[in-house]
Design a protein around this ligand. Structure first.
Ligand SMILES: [Ca+2]
Length: 351
């Protein structure tokens, strides 16, 4: 009888766990590049793009699809006859200063590359405020401009370890992920290039970064030509939950850590911003967008928008982590209960 009860209890536990995991979001990585403590600020969760996405003609098609990404909806690219690229106006401008890099969910299992057994992905960033509102751009381009002793890498998880992409097989700004990869990708800002650095020369990193308000996702199909040299269309690439990462601080400590990194305790403009940044903040880069205009009016202080954004989105990251905690808790509970039942059965047998 006890054995039957034990089997029933274990079976129920397995059924419950399967049910929970079917609804659970993709767990965030246990560590980012070996750092178990990290904080996140969501840039784009791809739940509702409105009219913020802009696809260059003939490049690819995009749509938001439920249940294929990290949380809720995700962005599904379907390739056309050229490299797939799409520009996104960010729902909320974010101050990138003080962060270490980007974390993004990628699924390239819907691709069939013909070269290198790898598929390229990249993220380009813009600010319309830096450098006097000159459409300031940060790329990861290996070809132009070229910097010496500089490698452009991204990191992906393989058997729980972060592995670096191979810079020697990059296509433009695209880091090559192994064929079929599905999971988190970490892109450090140290592997970016600022096109207009000091004296207008390119420089590594996000030099002179300011409120960032636009990004581009770049992906295949450089590699997708068939034997006749024709593009193989309809390759599917999924992106979700593009986030800013700050390593070595908890979510609760993020705001203070960012302020410290930006030297903002005493003087907001101390770091590197031009003296006329106040007048720049009134410059509206998206004049056709009433919502953005309204937001800009609220942002008279350059330092505050990020903390507003930082308190809203990371909560989702925390929820994600607490979901994982809940599942682990349930598993632990089930294991303990099963152990007690087995112990009871064994003790009965001995008697
Ligand atoms: Ca999502």
């Amino acid at each position: 009888m006890k054995k039957i009860l034990t089997v029933a209890a274990v079976a129920m536990a397995v059924a419950v766990l399967l049910g929970i995991s079917a609804f659970a979001d993709q767990a965030l990585p246990e560590n980012v590049k070996g750092e178990a403590t990290y904080a996140l600020t969501m840039i784009e969760d791809f739940e509702d793009l409105g009219t913020r996405a802009s696809v260059p003609a003939g490049r690819c098609t995009i749509e938001l699809v439920d249940g294929i990404g990290a949380t809720g909806k995700a962005l599904k690219f379907v390739s056309g006859e050229n490299t797939s690229e799409t520009t996104f106006k960010m729902a909320q401008e974010l101050d990138f200063r003080g962060y270490d890099g980007l974390l993004v969910w990628v699924d390239i299992s819907g691709c069939r590359p013909k070269r290198n057994d790898a598929v390229g992905i990249g993220v380009r960033l813009w600010s319309l405020y830096s450098n006097g509102g000159d459409d300031y751009m940060w790329t990861r381009n290996t070809k132009d401009p070229v910097l010496e002793d500089f490698e452009i890498v991204a990191y992906y998880l393989e058997d729980g370890e972060w592995k670096a992409t191979d810079p020697s097989i990059m296509d433009g700004e695209r880091n090559q992920l192994p064929n079929g990869y599905k999971g988190w990708v970490y892109i450090p800002f140290s592997s970016y290039i600022t096109v207009h650095g000091p004296k207008d020369k390119p420089v590594a990193g996000l030099y002179n970064e300011d409120l960032v308000n636009k990004f581009m996702l770049l992906t295949g199909p450089y590699d997708f030509k068939n034997a006749d040299g024709e593009f193989s269309r309809d390759q599917v690439i999924v992106f979700d939950d593009l986030q800013l990462v700050k390593l070595g601080v908890s979510q609760d400590g993020l705001e203070a850590a960012l302020k410290e990194a930006r030297g903002e305790e005493d003087d907001v403009t101390e770091e590197s911003q031009p003296a006329d940044s106040e007048s720049e903040s009134e410059f509206d880069p998206f004049a056709e967008d009433d919502e953005t205009t309204a937001k800009k009016d609220d942002q008279t202080e350059k330092a505050t928008p990020n903390t507003d954004a930082g308190t809203k989105k990371p909560a989702e990251g925390s929820d994600n982590k607490s979901n994982t905690g809940l599942i682990i808790g349930i598993i632990a509970g089930v294991v303990v209960a099963a152990g007690i039942i087995v112990a009871v059965v064994l003790s009965k047998k001995k008697k």
